[in-house]
Every structure is written in C-alpha cells, then in structure tokens.
Design a protein around this ligand. Structure first.
Ligand code: NAD
Ligand code: TDX
Length: 332
C-alpha cells in the first residue's frame, strides 16, 4: 500500500483527487492543507477514515513538511493560491504559497528522495490569439500574464531546476480549466450557477468572447494518477480534453439548463490583462501514457455540476455573500 501525501487536498481539485484515489487505488492518503478561505474540510467528509489522515498546516512550514516527507512514499502538490482576480487585488499570498511553498517541498524532496508530482496550469504559457491554429504543447515558451500565472510559472521552473541540479524525482503537469463539484463560488462556472440559483444575472467580463478549454476535474485526477504511476521522471505532461468554449457559450448553456433565457446575462468590467484564449494539445499524454478523458460531453457534465450546487447549498452558501462583496468592489 503506497503512502501518498496530497497538499491542498481540501481545495477543489485536490479533494477530487483524494476521492478519486479512494475509489481507484488502495493507497493511504494524508492531506496537508492550511484551510485558507479556499479550503473546505467538508469536501473530504465522506472519505473512508481507515486510509485517510488530515493535517492542518502550511506548505511553507519546513519542519512540518520534512516530518511528513519522512512518512510518505510520494507527494502530489496541489496547494496554491489559485484565483487570478485575487492575485490582482492582493498578490502577497501568491508569492508566499506558490513560490516559497513549492521551494519548501522541493527541498524536502531533495533531502528524502521522495517521488514528487507538481500540479500546474496551462496559464504559464500566456494566451493564444483566437484564430491561432496552434495549441499549447510541452515545448511552448513560458509567457505568463498575471501574478497568479507568473508564480505558477516560477514554481514550475523551480521544479525543473531541482530535477536537473539535484536529481529530484519529479514530474509536472499543466492542465486546462477544470469544472465539477466542490469548486469555490469565486470561480466562473460556480459563480454563475449560484447567481442563477439566487435570481441574479450571470456576469461576463468584457465582451464575453474569451475562450477557455474545459476539462472535468475527474479527468484531471485520472491523468495525474496516470503520470504519478507511469510518467517519465523529469518530464512535463499537458492535460486537456478538447473543451474550448467562449465564456458566453458556457453561460448560455448554464442559463438554458436552469430554465432561463439564453441572453439573461450582463457584461461587466473586464479583468485587467485578461488572457484571450487557452487551448491544450494533449497528444503526449495520449500517445506516451495511453490516457484518455472520460467526460466527453460538456453539457451533461455541466448538468451534473448544476445539480450538485442545487443539492449542496450548505457547502457553498457560507462563502457566497463575501465573494460577491469582493466582486462588487471591482465593478464585476
Ligand atoms: P483551490 O483554491 O480550490 O484550493 C487550493 C487549496 O490549497 C485550498 O484547500 C487551500 O486551503 C490550500 N492552500 C493554500 N495555501 C496553502 C498553504 N500555504 N499551505 C497549505 N495549503 C494551502 O485550488 P484548485 O482550483 O483546486 O487548484 C489546485 C491546483 O491545481 C493549483 O495548484 C492550481 O494552480 C492548479 N490548477 C487549477 C486549475 C483550475 O481550473 N482550477 C487548472 C489547472 C491547474
Ligand atoms: O464572473 C466571472 N465572469 C467571467 O467572465 C468570472 C469569475 C470569470 N469570468 C471569466 C474570466 C475567464 O475568462 O471566465 C473565465 C474563467 O475565469 P476563472 O474561473 O477565474 O478561471 P481562469 O482565470 O481561466 O483560471 C482558472 O483556470 C486555470 C483557474 O482559476 C486557475 O487556477 C487555473 O490555473
């Protein structure tokens, strides 16, 4: 039985990964999570207790991190400050958690030789023009736009350097935009679903024509497990599922599925530096590791996500008012 340490396991994708591990492996799992505003202990409520331990703590705490590395066979690092809008209004925790936190984990990996998988984002590559026939690949140059994506890019570069200079046994994955249950209401899809539940019109930044490449969080989790099990040490893998949509298309799907007219949204102040388009070429993951996504139908994935928010109001309601108050300040 492998002993896995999962950082950020009380967040959206980290908790999805823990649930995925419980149903697809016999690994035992420890979550290390600081329980910031984005962490929610309730996301791990149904995890079987006999294979699971929760440690509340900071990935920048070198003493704690070193103790935990000594007790585990592999580490999957999800913990991050993850929201672009927050990184524009307050970048300090992004530098701290995304850079210093990753550095702290890498130093522990160097000391112990523990296998390390680093979770990152396609945003490190910057953005694409709407009509660019190319998509991001593992060799696209880094060109991040926001404080969030630049700190994620910096963390990826630390991993690459620790592999090359110190022989740390690491892999990296860069994934496209995730959707699914248990995502914080600050993010685009849950914000709009919970707005409609509250009788509030969805809000699209700018002209609503920016493009994101959507993947279900369960597909992200299955890809990460594939890379952890069979990825080549030192390599980077892009994770995507051919899910390009304009933000307007996404909102129209949500509105239609929730019984509203498809134009019942408002255009609001754009995000400064707003990346135009992301698109992932995941050929390497398919051809080298044989991975395929399972969620091929975005509309049914969204329908299930809407149902989850309708049925789990107790999970998201405590964050909703404060999140909307923050958006109100920036006219969004
Ligand atoms: P999230 O904001 O939902 O969760 C982040 C978790 O990390 C929270 O539980 C939080 O409490 C914890 N955390 C934050 N700072 C910490 C610290 N200093 N020490 C310990 N724990 C800390 O984020 P998410 O959307 O689940 O993203 C997880 C990872 O996936 C991030 O690394 C992100 O960059 C990456 N990613 C996200 C997406 C996406 O669409 N959400 C896409 C690609 C990659
Ligand atoms: O109310 C909104 N209206 C709107 O039009 C919000 C919250 C967002 N948007 C737009 C901005 C983006 O074009 O929707 C798109 C998606 O926005 P976010 O959910 O904030 O995601 P994004 O900025 O694309 O980043 C996400 O994907 C990559 C995650 O938050 C990152 O952690 C991940 O790395």
């Amino acid at each position: 039985m492998r002993r896995l340490l999962v950082t950020g396991g009380a967040g959206f994708i980290g908790s999805d990964f823990v649930h995925y591990l419980m149903s697809h492996t016999d690994d035992s799992v420890t979550v290390l999570d600081k329980l910031t505003y984005a962490g929610n202990r309730a996301s791990l409520e149904s995890v079987p207790a006999d294979r699971f331990r929760f440690v509340e703590g900071d990935i920048c705490d070198a003493v704690l991190v070193n103790e935990l590395f000594d007790e585990h066979d592999a580490v999957v690092h999800f913990a991050a400050e993850s929201h672009n809008d927050n990184s524009l209004s307050g970048p300090v925790p992004f530098v701290h958690t995304n850079l210093v936190g990753t550095f702290t984990l890498l130093e522990a990996a160097r000391r112990t030789g523990v296998r390390y998988h680093h979770i990152s984002t396609d945003e490190v590559y910057g953005d694409l023009e709407f009509d660019d026939p190319e998509r991001f690949t593992e060799s696209t140059p880094y060109n991040p736009s926001s404080p969030y994506s630049s700190t994620k890019a910096g963390s990826d570069l630390l991993v690459r350097a620790w592999v090359r200079s110190f022989g740390v046994a690491a892999t990296i994955s860069n994934c496209s935009n995730n959707y699914g249950p248990r995502q914080h209401v600050e993010k685009f899809i849950p914000r709009q679903i919970t707005n409609v539940i509250d009788g509030v019109r969805p809000r699209l930044y700018g002209d609503g024509l920016n493009v994101r490449d959507w993947i279900h969080a369960d597909d992200h989790s299955s890809a990460v497990l594939t890379i952890l099990d069979r990825g080549r040490i030192g390599d980077t893998y892009l994770i995507g599922a051919d899910g390009e949509k304009t933000n307007r298309q996404v909102v129209e799907i949500i509105l239609a599925q929730m019984g509203q007219s498809s134009d019942a949204y408002d255009l609001v102040t754009d995000r400064p530096g707003h990346d135009k388009r992301y698109a992932i070429d995941w050929t390497k993951l398919r051809t080298e590791l044989g991975w395929e996504p399972s969620f091929r139908d975005f509309e049914s994935g969204i329908a299930a996500t809407i149902r989850w928010y309708q049925e789990n109001e107790g999970w998201w309601r405590p964050q909703k008012a404060a999140t909307e108050a923050k958006y109100e300040l920036s006219g969004q």
